[in-house]
Design a protein. Sequence first.
Length: 386
Amino acid sequence: MNPRDRALNMIYLEEADRVAVSEYDINSPVASALIGRELMVGYGGRFMDLCYRMIYEGRRNELVGRMKIDRVELYSKLDLDIITVRPVWGRNPVKPKPIAPYEWIVEDPEGHWFRYRFDPEYDSISQIDSSIAKGGLHAFEDYVDKLCEEPIEVEAEELELVEYTVKTVGGRMLVMGDIDGSFPVGGSWLHIFLKALYTDPYSVKKLINYTTRRAIAYIDAMVDSGVEAISGGADIAYRHGPYMNPKHFREFIMPSIKAHVDACHRRGVPFLKHTDGNINPIIDDFIVGTGIDGYLAIEPRAGMDIAKLKEAYGDRICFFGNIDCAYTLVYGFEDDVRREVRRLIDVAAHGGGLIVGSSNSVHSFVKPANFLAMIKEAKRYGIYHR
């Protein structure tokens, strides 16, 4: 059975030759160590600082060219079952402006700006300030009004990574596009958005309606390009619970996720929803109410018990992730990783519906040897009818 077919069996809750194994994202330091040269992949701070610098210097084509080759080589050499791809910068991207070492400002044509810090020590990304954070609810309303005036269009250049991946490994690996308009919030103004749920629900709904329509345009474009599954990566929770109360999730976020699902199903592809954090307070709405085909990440240290989830919802959705990337993959030994992989397979592989991966992503502090141990043990122990 080839990787594509194996992954689709898992998503559609059918057993295969073995469980699938993949990774939502792999940061450059780990990827580079595994392949033996610097790879331009992931979401680490050092890599994103390089991306911004190359865009600022007008080297967009060089950047995207490297990203295409490196991502496909990495996932192919690791022999993973799914490769996740995203739209890239278009032909005339908004150029970020450097304001300090590892700090950039991105300003949109309407005058709203967002300040980012890429920490080279922790290889992290933070949106540390913005015009919305400075201006509060009035700035949020203005941002929404101006954003929603922009036409929704997908440039051909934005699909270069998608099309290259489909052409190179599509048919052998499952190519999964990633886009999400359900929680369109920057870290610096999350508190403004959450306040607006109470004080300005009209603007919140207007924003989510627009970003959902935009995401669906990208879903259609990626499916037209040959993508066979879609994931949505917007986090809606943290370790102690969802960012919003269940009522607000049901009113604002759930309809958007369902619209993503419906758009995918109209095109004959599944939709898997990623989120970090503890979503137990909204779990039934998140899974049943939205109609998602899969749940990505399943963070054990946030209280997400995959054995209980499998028992309750294993006849509805597949599960992708759950190997602890906060401790086991970082501080554990290879035997610890193998033990955790075996436990995951024991409680969640029956009947299909399991893609082994980390509980978020392979970030820069994951030990490369532990990541390899996860992949190898999933393939060794995850054989059906053994």
